[in-house]
Design a protein around this ligand. Sequence first.
Ligand code: MLT
Length: 420
Amino acid sequence: MPNLNENYLKLQENYLFSEIAHRVAAYTKQHPEKNVIRLGIGDVTRPLCQCAGEALLEGAKEMMSADTFKGYGPEQGYEDTRKAIVDYYKRSGVEINASAVFVSDGAKSDTGNITDLFAHDNVILIPTPVYPVYVDSNVMCGNKVEYIEGNADNDFLPMPDWDQHADIIYICSPNNPTGACYNKSQLKEWVDYARKNQAVILFDAAYEAFVSDPELPRSIYAVEGAKQCAIEFCSLSKTAGFTGTRCGYTIVPQELVFTASTGEEMSLNAMWNRRQCTKYNGTSYIVQKAAAAVFSEEGIRQCQENLEYYRENARVITDTLSDLGIRFYGGVHSPYVWFECPKDMDSWTFFDYLLHEIQVVGTPGAGFGENGKRYFRLTSFGTYENTVEAMKRFRNLLETNKKQKVRVLLIGKVFFLKKT
Ligand code: MLT
Protein backbone atom coordinates (compact mmCIF):
# COMPACT_ATOMS: atom_id res chain seq x y z
CA MET A 1 0.00 0.00 0.00
CA PRO A 2 1.40 3.44 -0.88
CA ASN A 3 1.92 6.09 1.76
CA LEU A 4 -0.45 8.85 0.75
CA ASN A 5 0.02 12.58 0.75
CA GLU A 6 -1.81 13.11 4.02
CA ASN A 7 -1.64 16.85 3.61
CA TYR A 8 -4.87 16.38 1.67
CA LEU A 9 -6.52 15.55 5.02
CA LYS A 10 -5.90 19.15 6.05
CA LEU A 11 -8.01 20.53 3.18
CA GLN A 12 -11.73 21.29 3.25
CA GLU A 13 -13.57 18.35 1.68
CA ASN A 14 -14.45 20.34 -1.46
CA TYR A 15 -12.83 23.16 -3.36
CA LEU A 16 -14.88 26.35 -2.82
CA PHE A 17 -16.59 26.49 -6.21
CA SER A 18 -17.28 22.74 -6.21
CA GLU A 19 -19.00 23.10 -2.85
CA ILE A 20 -21.17 25.91 -4.25
CA ALA A 21 -22.00 23.82 -7.31
CA HIS A 22 -23.04 20.89 -5.03
CA ARG A 23 -25.35 23.07 -2.95
CA VAL A 24 -26.92 24.65 -6.03
CA ALA A 25 -27.39 21.25 -7.70
CA ALA A 26 -29.08 19.87 -4.55
CA TYR A 27 -31.39 22.90 -4.45
CA THR A 28 -32.33 22.74 -8.14
CA LYS A 29 -33.02 19.01 -7.85
CA GLN A 30 -35.54 19.74 -5.11
CA HIS A 31 -36.96 22.84 -6.84
CA PRO A 32 -36.68 22.24 -10.59
CA GLU A 33 -39.32 24.93 -11.27
CA LYS A 34 -37.21 27.74 -9.77
CA ASN A 35 -35.17 30.10 -11.93
CA VAL A 36 -31.77 30.18 -10.23
CA ILE A 37 -29.47 33.08 -11.15
CA ARG A 38 -25.76 32.32 -10.80
CA LEU A 39 -23.56 35.24 -9.75
CA GLY A 40 -21.13 33.00 -7.85
CA ILE A 41 -18.10 31.73 -9.73
CA GLY A 42 -16.46 34.35 -11.93
CA ASP A 43 -17.38 32.66 -15.18
CA VAL A 44 -17.90 34.88 -18.20
CA THR A 45 -21.04 35.01 -20.35
CA ARG A 46 -19.94 37.18 -23.31
CA PRO A 47 -18.72 35.18 -26.32
CA LEU A 48 -15.16 35.39 -27.65
CA CYS A 49 -14.41 38.59 -29.51
CA GLN A 50 -14.31 38.52 -33.33
CA CYS A 51 -10.50 38.64 -33.51
CA ALA A 52 -10.09 35.63 -31.21
CA GLY A 53 -12.86 33.60 -32.83
CA GLU A 54 -11.51 34.14 -36.34
CA ALA A 55 -7.98 33.23 -35.25
CA LEU A 56 -9.28 30.01 -33.67
CA LEU A 57 -11.01 29.06 -36.92
CA GLU A 58 -7.93 29.92 -38.96
CA GLY A 59 -5.77 27.85 -36.60
CA ALA A 60 -8.16 24.91 -36.92
CA LYS A 61 -7.94 25.13 -40.73
CA GLU A 62 -4.15 25.13 -40.55
CA MET A 63 -4.29 21.98 -38.45
CA MET A 64 -6.43 20.35 -41.16
CA SER A 65 -3.85 20.76 -43.90
CA ALA A 66 -0.65 18.70 -44.17
CA ASP A 67 1.33 21.83 -45.19
CA THR A 68 0.46 23.82 -42.10
CA PHE A 69 -0.28 21.08 -39.56
CA LYS A 70 1.58 21.32 -36.25
CA GLY A 71 2.45 18.65 -33.72
CA TYR A 72 4.10 19.36 -30.37
CA GLY A 73 4.83 23.05 -29.95
CA PRO A 74 7.45 24.75 -27.79
CA GLU A 75 6.63 24.18 -24.11
CA GLN A 76 7.16 27.88 -23.41
CA GLY A 77 4.73 29.03 -26.10
CA TYR A 78 4.99 29.97 -29.78
CA GLU A 79 7.20 32.91 -30.62
CA ASP A 80 4.29 34.94 -32.08
CA THR A 81 2.21 34.55 -28.93
CA ARG A 82 5.09 35.46 -26.64
CA LYS A 83 5.85 38.49 -28.79
CA ALA A 84 2.19 39.57 -28.79
CA ILE A 85 2.29 39.46 -24.96
CA VAL A 86 5.54 41.46 -24.87
CA ASP A 87 3.94 44.07 -27.17
CA TYR A 88 0.85 44.23 -24.96
CA TYR A 89 3.04 45.10 -21.98
CA LYS A 90 5.04 47.58 -24.06
CA ARG A 91 1.88 49.51 -24.97
CA SER A 92 1.31 50.14 -21.26
CA GLY A 93 4.93 51.21 -20.78
CA VAL A 94 6.35 47.97 -19.33
CA GLU A 95 9.36 46.28 -20.97
CA ILE A 96 9.43 42.46 -20.73
CA ASN A 97 11.87 40.09 -22.37
CA ALA A 98 10.13 37.40 -24.49
CA SER A 99 12.29 34.72 -22.85
CA ALA A 100 10.58 35.56 -19.54
CA VAL A 101 7.11 34.75 -20.94
CA PHE A 102 5.69 31.22 -20.52
CA VAL A 103 2.32 30.59 -22.16
CA SER A 104 0.09 28.12 -20.31
CA ASP A 105 -3.45 26.87 -19.94
CA GLY A 106 -4.28 29.45 -17.27
CA ALA A 107 -3.21 31.28 -14.15
CA LYS A 108 -4.93 28.77 -11.84
CA SER A 109 -2.58 25.96 -12.90
CA ASP A 110 0.50 28.16 -12.80
CA THR A 111 -0.21 29.69 -9.39
CA GLY A 112 -0.67 26.14 -8.10
CA ASN A 113 2.33 24.62 -9.91
CA ILE A 114 4.78 27.35 -8.94
CA THR A 115 5.17 25.67 -5.51
CA ASP A 116 7.40 23.12 -7.37
CA LEU A 117 10.19 25.71 -7.42
CA PHE A 118 10.41 26.23 -3.68
CA ALA A 119 11.44 24.19 -0.65
CA HIS A 120 8.95 23.47 2.11
CA ASP A 121 10.45 25.49 4.96
CA ASN A 122 9.81 28.99 3.65
CA VAL A 123 7.89 31.72 5.41
CA ILE A 124 4.94 32.11 3.07
CA LEU A 125 2.65 35.12 3.42
CA ILE A 126 -0.82 34.89 1.96
CA PRO A 127 -3.48 37.57 2.41
CA THR A 128 -6.86 36.72 3.84
CA PRO A 129 -9.27 37.03 2.12
CA VAL A 130 -7.85 35.85 -1.22
CA TYR A 131 -8.25 33.38 -4.12
CA PRO A 132 -8.27 29.95 -2.39
CA VAL A 133 -5.87 28.26 -4.83
CA TYR A 134 -2.82 29.83 -3.16
CA VAL A 135 -3.56 28.38 0.27
CA ASP A 136 -4.84 25.02 -0.96
CA SER A 137 -1.84 24.38 -3.20
CA ASN A 138 0.57 25.17 -0.37
CA VAL A 139 -1.36 22.98 2.06
CA MET A 140 -1.27 20.13 -0.50
CA CYS A 141 2.50 20.10 -0.47
CA GLY A 142 2.80 20.42 3.29
CA ASN A 143 3.81 24.09 3.42
CA LYS A 144 2.98 26.25 6.37
CA VAL A 145 1.25 29.53 5.58
CA GLU A 146 1.13 32.80 7.51
CA TYR A 147 -1.72 35.16 6.87
CA ILE A 148 -1.67 38.87 6.21
CA GLU A 149 -4.85 40.54 7.26
CA GLY A 150 -7.06 42.32 4.78
CA ASN A 151 -9.98 44.03 6.48
CA ALA A 152 -12.23 47.06 6.44
CA ASP A 153 -9.59 49.07 8.36
CA ASN A 154 -7.02 48.73 5.58
CA ASP A 155 -9.61 48.68 2.77
CA PHE A 156 -8.57 45.06 2.14
CA LEU A 157 -5.11 46.21 1.04
CA PRO A 158 -2.73 44.81 3.68
CA MET A 159 0.75 46.34 3.76
CA PRO A 160 4.03 44.69 4.84
CA ASP A 161 5.00 44.37 8.45
CA TRP A 162 8.67 45.33 8.29
CA ASP A 163 9.40 43.50 11.56
CA GLN A 164 8.26 40.19 10.09
CA HIS A 165 10.48 38.12 7.79
CA ALA A 166 9.04 36.52 4.63
CA ASP A 167 10.42 34.35 1.80
CA ILE A 168 7.38 34.13 -0.47
CA ILE A 169 4.54 36.65 -0.69
CA TYR A 170 1.31 36.22 -2.63
CA ILE A 171 -0.39 39.37 -3.91
CA CYS A 172 -3.52 39.54 -6.06
CA SER A 173 -4.35 42.98 -7.46
CA PRO A 174 -7.05 43.84 -8.44
CA ASN A 175 -7.94 41.46 -5.71
CA ASN A 176 -10.11 38.42 -5.96
CA PRO A 177 -12.50 38.49 -4.04
CA THR A 178 -12.52 42.09 -2.71
CA GLY A 179 -11.86 44.03 -5.92
CA ALA A 180 -9.36 46.22 -4.01
CA CYS A 181 -6.47 47.43 -6.13
CA TYR A 182 -3.01 48.52 -4.92
CA ASN A 183 -1.67 51.84 -6.16
CA LYS A 184 1.90 52.24 -7.34
CA SER A 185 3.36 53.46 -4.08
CA GLN A 186 1.74 50.63 -2.12
CA LEU A 187 3.12 48.07 -4.56
CA LYS A 188 6.49 49.78 -4.38
CA GLU A 189 6.48 49.23 -0.62
CA TRP A 190 5.85 45.50 -1.17
CA VAL A 191 8.67 45.38 -3.72
CA ASP A 192 11.06 47.17 -1.33
CA TYR A 193 10.05 44.82 1.47
CA ALA A 194 10.55 41.74 -0.73
CA ARG A 195 13.98 42.94 -1.82
CA LYS A 196 15.03 43.66 1.75
CA ASN A 197 14.01 40.10 2.70
CA GLN A 198 15.32 38.56 -0.53
CA ALA A 199 11.79 37.27 -0.93
CA VAL A 200 9.81 36.44 -4.07
CA ILE A 201 6.43 38.06 -4.75
CA LEU A 202 3.96 35.86 -6.61
CA PHE A 203 1.80 38.51 -8.24
CA ASP A 204 -1.56 37.46 -9.66
CA ALA A 205 -2.69 40.00 -12.25
CA ALA A 206 -5.62 37.98 -13.64
CA TYR A 207 -7.95 40.98 -13.38
CA GLU A 208 -5.56 43.66 -14.70
CA ALA A 209 -7.69 44.38 -17.79
CA PHE A 210 -10.42 45.75 -15.52
CA VAL A 211 -8.21 48.58 -14.26
CA SER A 212 -9.50 51.72 -15.91
CA ASP A 213 -7.47 54.33 -14.00
CA PRO A 214 -4.17 54.87 -15.86
CA GLU A 215 -2.51 55.81 -12.56
CA LEU A 216 -3.05 52.33 -11.14
CA PRO A 217 -0.45 49.66 -12.01
CA ARG A 218 -1.74 46.75 -14.11
CA SER A 219 1.52 44.87 -13.77
CA ILE A 220 3.93 44.64 -10.86
CA TYR A 221 6.71 45.39 -13.35
CA ALA A 222 5.37 48.94 -13.58
CA VAL A 223 7.19 49.28 -10.24
CA GLU A 224 10.93 49.78 -10.24
CA GLY A 225 12.89 46.82 -8.89
CA ALA A 226 10.05 44.31 -9.37
CA LYS A 227 11.95 42.21 -11.91
CA GLN A 228 14.45 41.41 -9.17
CA CYS A 229 11.77 39.98 -6.88
CA ALA A 230 8.50 39.15 -8.64
CA ILE A 231 6.86 36.51 -10.81
CA GLU A 232 3.64 37.63 -12.49
CA PHE A 233 0.71 35.41 -13.45
CA CYS A 234 -1.93 36.46 -15.90
CA SER A 235 -4.88 34.94 -17.65
CA LEU A 236 -7.08 35.46 -20.68
CA SER A 237 -10.06 34.00 -18.83
CA LYS A 238 -11.47 37.30 -17.71
CA THR A 239 -9.63 39.62 -20.12
CA ALA A 240 -10.87 37.83 -23.22
CA GLY A 241 -13.55 35.36 -22.10
CA PHE A 242 -11.23 32.32 -22.24
CA THR A 243 -12.62 30.48 -19.19
CA GLY A 244 -13.56 27.61 -21.53
CA THR A 245 -10.85 28.16 -24.14
CA ARG A 246 -8.01 28.15 -21.55
CA CYS A 247 -4.93 30.29 -21.89
CA GLY A 248 -2.74 32.21 -19.48
CA TYR A 249 0.88 33.21 -19.10
CA THR A 250 3.49 33.58 -16.42
CA ILE A 251 6.38 36.02 -16.48
CA VAL A 252 9.54 34.80 -14.78
CA PRO A 253 12.22 37.48 -15.26
CA GLN A 254 15.83 36.44 -15.90
CA GLU A 255 16.82 38.70 -13.01
CA LEU A 256 15.39 36.24 -10.45
CA VAL A 257 18.57 34.46 -9.40
CA PHE A 258 19.18 33.13 -5.87
CA THR A 259 22.04 31.27 -4.22
CA ALA A 260 21.42 27.62 -3.35
CA SER A 261 22.69 26.01 -0.12
CA THR A 262 25.50 24.50 -2.24
CA GLY A 263 26.62 27.99 -3.20
CA GLU A 264 25.43 27.53 -6.80
CA GLU A 265 23.33 30.22 -8.47
CA MET A 266 19.79 29.11 -9.31
CA SER A 267 17.67 30.99 -11.84
CA LEU A 268 13.91 30.79 -11.33
CA ASN A 269 13.46 31.31 -15.07
CA ALA A 270 15.64 28.27 -15.82
CA MET A 271 13.90 26.23 -13.12
CA TRP A 272 10.40 27.10 -14.39
CA ASN A 273 11.54 26.27 -17.92
CA ARG A 274 12.84 22.90 -16.69
CA ARG A 275 9.63 22.25 -14.83
CA GLN A 276 7.38 23.12 -17.76
CA CYS A 277 9.45 21.08 -20.24
CA THR A 278 9.12 18.07 -17.95
CA LYS A 279 5.50 18.36 -16.90
CA TYR A 280 3.77 20.43 -19.60
CA ASN A 281 3.58 19.95 -23.37
CA GLY A 282 2.57 23.45 -24.29
CA THR A 283 -0.71 25.24 -24.91
CA SER A 284 -2.55 24.13 -28.04
CA TYR A 285 -1.58 25.90 -31.27
CA ILE A 286 -5.07 27.13 -32.09
CA VAL A 287 -5.57 28.58 -28.61
CA GLN A 288 -2.23 30.39 -28.80
CA LYS A 289 -3.17 31.74 -32.20
CA ALA A 290 -6.36 33.17 -30.67
CA ALA A 291 -4.36 34.54 -27.71
CA ALA A 292 -1.99 36.38 -30.06
CA ALA A 293 -5.03 37.90 -31.79
CA VAL A 294 -6.44 39.02 -28.42
CA PHE A 295 -3.27 40.98 -27.69
CA SER A 296 -3.38 42.89 -30.99
CA GLU A 297 -4.61 46.49 -30.60
CA GLU A 298 -7.90 45.59 -32.29
CA GLY A 299 -8.26 42.45 -30.15
CA ILE A 300 -7.86 44.43 -26.95
CA ARG A 301 -10.34 47.04 -28.19
CA GLN A 302 -12.91 44.30 -28.83
CA CYS A 303 -12.26 42.67 -25.44
CA GLN A 304 -12.73 46.03 -23.73
CA GLU A 305 -16.24 46.21 -25.25
CA ASN A 306 -17.08 43.02 -23.37
CA LEU A 307 -15.51 44.37 -20.19
CA GLU A 308 -17.65 47.49 -20.53
CA TYR A 309 -20.72 45.22 -20.52
CA TYR A 310 -19.55 43.67 -17.23
CA ARG A 311 -18.77 47.11 -15.80
CA GLU A 312 -22.40 48.07 -16.41
CA ASN A 313 -23.48 44.93 -14.50
CA ALA A 314 -21.17 45.92 -11.66
CA ARG A 315 -22.90 49.33 -11.57
CA VAL A 316 -26.30 47.62 -11.29
CA ILE A 317 -25.01 45.66 -8.29
CA THR A 318 -23.27 48.56 -6.55
CA ASP A 319 -26.25 50.92 -7.10
CA THR A 320 -28.51 48.38 -5.40
CA LEU A 321 -26.14 47.98 -2.46
CA SER A 322 -25.78 51.76 -2.11
CA ASP A 323 -29.56 52.22 -2.10
CA LEU A 324 -29.86 49.57 0.59
CA GLY A 325 -27.13 51.23 2.68
CA ILE A 326 -24.83 48.21 2.42
CA ARG A 327 -21.13 49.02 2.48
CA PHE A 328 -19.26 47.45 -0.41
CA TYR A 329 -15.79 47.21 -2.00
CA GLY A 330 -14.69 46.62 -5.60
CA GLY A 331 -16.88 46.77 -8.67
CA VAL A 332 -14.78 49.53 -10.26
CA HIS A 333 -11.40 48.08 -11.26
CA SER A 334 -12.73 44.60 -10.81
CA PRO A 335 -15.64 42.41 -11.87
CA TYR A 336 -16.29 41.52 -8.23
CA VAL A 337 -18.37 43.33 -5.63
CA TRP A 338 -17.59 42.47 -2.01
CA PHE A 339 -19.85 43.43 0.86
CA GLU A 340 -20.63 42.73 4.48
CA CYS A 341 -23.44 40.20 4.90
CA PRO A 342 -26.56 42.02 6.10
CA LYS A 343 -28.45 41.03 9.24
CA ASP A 344 -25.29 39.87 11.03
CA MET A 345 -25.28 36.61 9.08
CA ASP A 346 -22.15 34.60 8.45
CA SER A 347 -21.39 34.11 4.78
CA TRP A 348 -22.58 30.49 4.32
CA THR A 349 -25.85 31.31 6.11
CA PHE A 350 -26.30 34.29 3.83
CA PHE A 351 -25.48 32.09 0.81
CA ASP A 352 -28.23 29.61 1.78
CA TYR A 353 -30.63 32.46 2.59
CA LEU A 354 -30.23 34.02 -0.88
CA LEU A 355 -30.44 30.66 -2.62
CA HIS A 356 -33.58 29.59 -0.79
CA GLU A 357 -35.40 32.93 -0.63
CA ILE A 358 -34.64 34.51 -3.99
CA GLN A 359 -32.68 31.85 -5.95
CA VAL A 360 -29.60 34.02 -6.36
CA VAL A 361 -26.18 32.36 -6.07
CA GLY A 362 -23.19 34.32 -4.81
CA THR A 363 -19.89 33.31 -3.24
CA PRO A 364 -19.57 33.14 0.56
CA GLY A 365 -16.59 35.13 1.78
CA ALA A 366 -15.55 32.29 4.12
CA GLY A 367 -14.30 30.46 1.03
CA PHE A 368 -11.60 33.09 0.67
CA GLY A 369 -10.26 32.79 4.19
CA GLU A 370 -10.92 33.69 7.80
CA ASN A 371 -11.36 37.41 7.14
CA GLY A 372 -14.10 36.72 4.61
CA LYS A 373 -16.42 34.97 7.05
CA ARG A 374 -18.82 37.90 7.35
CA TYR A 375 -18.59 38.99 3.71
CA PHE A 376 -20.12 37.98 0.42
CA ARG A 377 -19.04 38.27 -3.23
CA LEU A 378 -21.18 38.87 -6.30
CA THR A 379 -19.78 38.71 -9.80
CA SER A 380 -20.63 41.03 -12.66
CA PHE A 381 -19.90 38.30 -15.24
CA GLY A 382 -23.58 37.30 -15.58
CA THR A 383 -25.83 38.53 -18.35
CA TYR A 384 -27.24 42.05 -17.94
CA GLU A 385 -30.80 40.71 -17.78
CA ASN A 386 -29.94 38.22 -15.04
CA THR A 387 -28.01 40.82 -13.07
CA VAL A 388 -30.94 43.25 -13.17
CA GLU A 389 -33.38 40.49 -12.17
CA ALA A 390 -31.11 39.26 -9.35
CA MET A 391 -30.75 42.76 -7.95
CA LYS A 392 -34.53 43.32 -8.16
CA ARG A 393 -35.06 40.18 -6.05
CA PHE A 394 -32.24 41.17 -3.68
CA ARG A 395 -33.70 44.64 -3.16
CA ASN A 396 -37.22 43.29 -2.52
CA LEU A 397 -35.92 40.74 -0.04
CA LEU A 398 -33.85 43.16 1.99
CA GLU A 399 -36.38 46.01 1.86
CA THR A 400 -39.17 43.69 2.98
CA ASN A 401 -36.97 42.56 5.83
CA LYS A 402 -36.23 46.13 6.82
CA LYS A 403 -39.95 46.97 6.87
CA GLN A 404 -40.71 43.86 8.94
CA LYS A 405 -37.98 44.80 11.39
CA VAL A 406 -39.39 48.33 11.78
CA ARG A 407 -42.88 46.84 12.32
CA VAL A 408 -41.59 44.47 14.99
CA LEU A 409 -39.78 47.35 16.68
CA LEU A 410 -42.90 49.54 16.59
CA ILE A 411 -45.13 46.77 17.94
CA GLY A 412 -42.58 46.16 20.67
CA LYS A 413 -42.54 49.85 21.54
CA VAL A 414 -46.37 50.12 21.70
CA PHE A 415 -46.47 47.00 23.89
CA PHE A 416 -43.81 48.48 26.18
CA LEU A 417 -45.63 51.87 26.41
CA LYS A 418 -48.97 50.14 27.16
CA LYS A 419 -47.37 48.17 29.96
CA THR A 420 -45.72 51.19 31.59
C1 MLT B 1 -13.51 33.00 -9.19
O1 MLT B 1 -14.72 33.01 -9.28
O2 MLT B 1 -12.91 33.35 -8.16
C2 MLT B 1 -12.73 32.57 -10.37
O3 MLT B 1 -13.55 32.34 -11.44
C3 MLT B 1 -11.99 31.36 -10.08
C4 MLT B 1 -10.93 31.12 -11.10
O4 MLT B 1 -10.58 32.01 -11.88
O5 MLT B 1 -10.41 30.02 -11.07
